[in-house]
Write a protein that binds this ligand. Structure first.
Ligand code: ADP
Ligand code: MG
Length: 595
C-alpha cells in the first residue's frame, strides 16, 4: 500500500515544499500522524529516530498556521541543537507559505535578541523548555492563542530533568489547545505525563518488524558528505562489479549521482518516481540485460526491481530505518549468489548505523575506503590475472603474428623489446579501464611515484580539474551568462558555490559577478570557460532553476579581473546581498545540506 502526500490532505504550498525537498512519499509515522494531527486530535507518537517525525508534526502545524502576530504553535525540544535542527526543517517546509515565520529560542543565545524577534511576531516557536519558561515568566512569550503544543523527544526531555518546566508550560497553554507528544520510548513518566495533560490521545506507533538479514558481506564507511561521490567511485573501481545498485535518499540525489557517474564514464542511470513508465522500463531493461553497470535509485523506485544477479548494494545515503536497510541489502546475494553491501555514513548519521547493527544483530564491519593506490593495485592484479589465464589458454598464434608485424614495421631496427610493447598495452588497458582522463592522469603518476595522499591535509578531495587546465596568472577572462538572477534570489556565494562545486575549478578562477534581474554574468578564466559551460549545462540546478549558460558574446574579451569577495555573512542586515540564500546551490553544498 502506498500513500502519497497529496492523499494526506496537505495544501499545494506544503506539497511543493515536500517536492522541493525530494521526499517521494510519506514515511509510516507521517502517514499515521498527519491526518490525525490535522483533525486536531491529541496524540502520542512513537517511532525510531530518523523516521521523519519532524515533518509528521511540522506539516500539520504549518497547514494550520496563518499570518498574524500571535504564537500559534510551540514545539519543545530537549537541546539547543535539536531546536535549531527542527526549526530549520520547519523553515524548509514553510518556504512557500507566505508570512509564516519560525523562531528557535534556546539558552545560550542573548535573550534580548529573542525578545526582539518574538516582539516582531513569530507564528511557530521551537524552543528548549528552560528558555521557554524564561520567556513565559517575562511575558515576552504568550501562549494564549496557541493551537498546538508538541513535545519532541519527550523521553529525552524528562531524562534531562525538564519535567517541571514541561508541566508548567503545559499548564499555561490554553485548555482547548491540541497536545502532541513524540517519544522514542514509553517509560512510566511519559505515560503519566500523557495521562495528565492529553485528552484521549490517539496512539501512533510504528513497531519494529521481525527482520531476517541476508547473510552477505556488509561494510560501512565513514565519509564526509562531500566525499561521497569520490568514495562511490573508489568502491566501484576497486571491486569492478558487473551490476551494482546504488540507493539515494531523494530524487535530486539520484539525479546528481547518476549524472556524475555518467560524466565519469560509468554505464549508469537513475530511477525515481518522476520517470514515466516507458522511461522506467527502458532503464530497467538495460540494467537487466547488462547494458547498465550501475542503477541509482530511491527506495520507492527500487520497489519494483526484480533482478536476481545484483553483485552489490551501495547505500550512498543511509536508509531512513532498519527495515529500509534490510530491504535494500536483500536486493543482492539472491538465488544463492554472492553479494556485498556497502553503506556510507556521515558523522551525523553514526547513531543510525549503530541502531541498525543493534537491531539487526548483523555483522556490519567498518571499512577503510580504498585509496587510489589500492584501486590501482586491485585493478592491476585483476588485469594481470586475466593475462595469466589468457596465456594459459594458448591459441595465441594469430596475435603473436600481429605483434611481430607491428614490431618490424614500427621499429625496423628491432630495438623495442616485446616487454615495452606489453607495458604499453597494459597501460592502455588500465587507462581504458578507468575510463576517465582525470583518473588516468592519477594512475600514471601512481605507477611511478611512491604513495601520495588522496587529498590535502583535511582529507578534502583534490580539485577535479586536471592540472593542465589550471589557470596561469594574468589569464584573460571570459564572461558567461547564466539564467538565474535577482528574481531567483541567487547570491554571488551561491553562484560561486555551484560553479566550483560542480566543475571542480578553484574559486580564484572566478572573477567579477554581476547579478541582474533575470540572469547573471560571471567571469571565469577563459581557458576554463568551455569546461564550466559544459558542466553547467548538463543539468545543474541553482536556486531551484535548471541552469542554462552561454558565453556572453556581446562583451567578450579580456576585462580587468575583480576577484570575488565573499559578501557580508548571510542574514547580516544591510549588506548588498544580505538576503538569506535559499536552497541555493547544487553540488557539494547541497550534498552536505541534504544530509
Ligand atoms: P526523526 O525526528 O524521526 O528522528 P527527522 O524528522 O529528523 O527524523 O527526519 C530524518 C531525515 O529524514 C531528515 O533529513 C528529513 O528531512 C528526512 N525525511 C523526513 N521525511 C521524509 C520523507 N517522507 N522522505 C524522505 N526523507 C524524509
Ligand atoms: Mg526528531
Amino acid at each position: 500500500m502506498t500513500v502519497s502526500f497529496e492523499a494526506l490532505g496537505l495544501s499545494p504550498e506544503l506539497l511543493k515544499a515536500v517536492e522541493d525537498l525530494g521526499f517521494e512519499e510519506p514515511s509510516p509515522i507521517q502517514i499515521l500522524a498527519i491526518p490525525s494531527l490535522l483533525a486536531g486530535r491529541d496524540a502520542v507518537g512513537q517511532a525510531q529516530t530518523g523516521t521523519g517525525k519532524t515533518a509528521a508534526f511540522g506539516l500539520p502545524i504549518l497547514e494550520k498556521a496563518v499570518p498574524g502576530r500571535s504564537v500559534q504553535a510551540l514545539v519543545l525540544c530537549p537541546t539547543r541543537e535539536l531546536a535549531i535542527q527542527v526549526s530549520e526543517e520547519l523553515s524548509k517546509l514553510a518556504v512557500h507559505k507566505r508570512a509564516i515565520s519560525i523562531l528557535p529560542i534556546y539558552g545560550g543565545q542573548p535573550i534580548e535578541r529573542q525578545i526582539r524577534a518574538l516582539a516582531k511576531g513569530a507564528q511557530v516557536v521551537v524552543g528548549t523548555p528552560g528558555r521557554v519558561i524564561d520567556h513565559l515568566q517575562r511575558g515576552t512569550l504568550r501562549l494564549s492563542d496557541a493551537g498546538i503544543v508538541v513535545l519532541d523527544e519527550a523521553d529525552e526531555m524528562l531524562d534531562m530533568g525538564f519535567r517541571e518546566d514541561i508541566e508548567a508550560i503545559l499548564e499555561q497553554s490554553p485548555a482547548d489547545c491540541q497536545k502532541v507528544l513524540f517519544s522514542a520510548t514509553m517509560p512510566q513518566p511519559i505515560r503519566e505525563l500523557s495521562k495528565r495533560f492529553l485528552r484521549e490521545p490517539e496512539m501512533l506507533t510504528i513497531a519494529h518488524k521481525m527482520l531476517t538479514v541476508p547473510a552477505i558481506e556488509q561494510v560501512y564507511y565513514e565519509v564526509r558528505p562531500y566525499q561521497k561521490m569520490d568514495a562511490l567511485c573508489r568502491v566501484l573501481d576497486s571491486q569492478g562489479f558487473r551490476k551494482a545498485l546504488v540507493f539515494c535518499a531523494t530524487k535530486r540525489s539520484v539525479d546528481e549521482v547518476s549524472i556524475h557517474l555518467q560524466q565519469r564514464g560509468y554505464q549508469a542511470d537513475g530511477l525515481h518516481g518522476d520517470l514515466n513508465q516507458t522511461q522506467r522500463d527502458r532503464v530497467m531493461s538495460r540494467f537487466r540485460t547488462d547494458g547498465l553497470e550501475i542503477l541509482v535509485a530511491t527506495d520507492v523506485a527500487a520497489r519494483g526491481i526484480d533482478v536476481d544477479d545484483v553483485d552489490a548494494v551501495i547505500n550512498y545515503d543511509i536508509p531512513h530505518d532498519i527495515e529500509g536497510y534490510v530491504h535494500r541489502i536483500g536486493r543482492t546475494g539472491r538465488a544463492g549468489r554472492e553479494g556485498k553491501a556497502f553503506t556510507f555514513v556521515t558523522v551525523r548519521e553514526q547513531y543510525k548505523i549503530r541502531e541498525i547493527i543493534r537491531y539487526t544483530k548483523a555483522r556490519i564491519t567498518q571499512g577503510q575506503l580504498p585509496t587510489l593506490r589500492d584501486v590501482h593495485n586491485i585493478r592491476t592484479s585483476k588485469l594481470l590475472e586475466e593475462v595469466r589465464r589468457t596465456l594459459a589458454e594458448g591459441s595465441l598464434d594469430r596475435w603473436r603474428v600481429l605483434v611481430e608485424e607491428f614490431q618490424n614495421e614500427q621499429f625496423p631496427d628491432g630495438d623495442v623489446p616485446a616487454r615495452d610493447i606489453s607495458a604499453a598495452l597494459l597501460k592502455l588497458l588500465m587507462q581504458r579501464d578507468f575510463g576517465n582522463q582525470d583518473n588516468a592522469n592519477e594512475i600514471d603518476a601512481l605507477a611511478v611515484e611512491p604513495r601520495r595522499p588522496a587529498g590535502d591535509a583535511d582529507g578534502r578531495p583534490k580539485s577535479k580539474v586536471p592540472p593542465r587546465l589550471r589557470r596561469p596568472e594574468n589569464e584573460s577572462m571570459c564572461r558567461l551568462q547564466v539564467n538565474v538572477g535577482h528574481t531567483h534570489d541567487v547570491t554571488p556565494r551561491a553562484l560561486v558555490g555551484a560553479i566550483t562545486g560542480e566543475s571542480g575549478i578553484p574559486g580564484r578562477s572566478i572573477g567579477a559577478i554581476d547579478i541582474q534581474k533575470h540572469c547573471s554574468v560571471v567571469e571565469v578564466s577563459a581557458e576554463l570557460a568551455d569546461h564550466v559551460l559544459a558542466v553547467l549545462n548538463k543539468g545543474v540546478f541553482i536556486s531551484g532553476v535548471k541552469v542554462s549558460a552561454t558565453k556572453d558574446e556581446g562583451s567578450d574579451g579580456p576585462r580587468p579581473r575583480k576577484p570575488f569577495k565573499p559578501g557580508p555573512r548571510r542574514g547580516h542586515p544591510g549588506g548588498k546581498f544580505g538576503k538569506k540564500p535559499r536552497g541555493a546551490t547544487s553540488g557539494r553544498k547541497a550534498y552536505e545540506e541534504s544530509h
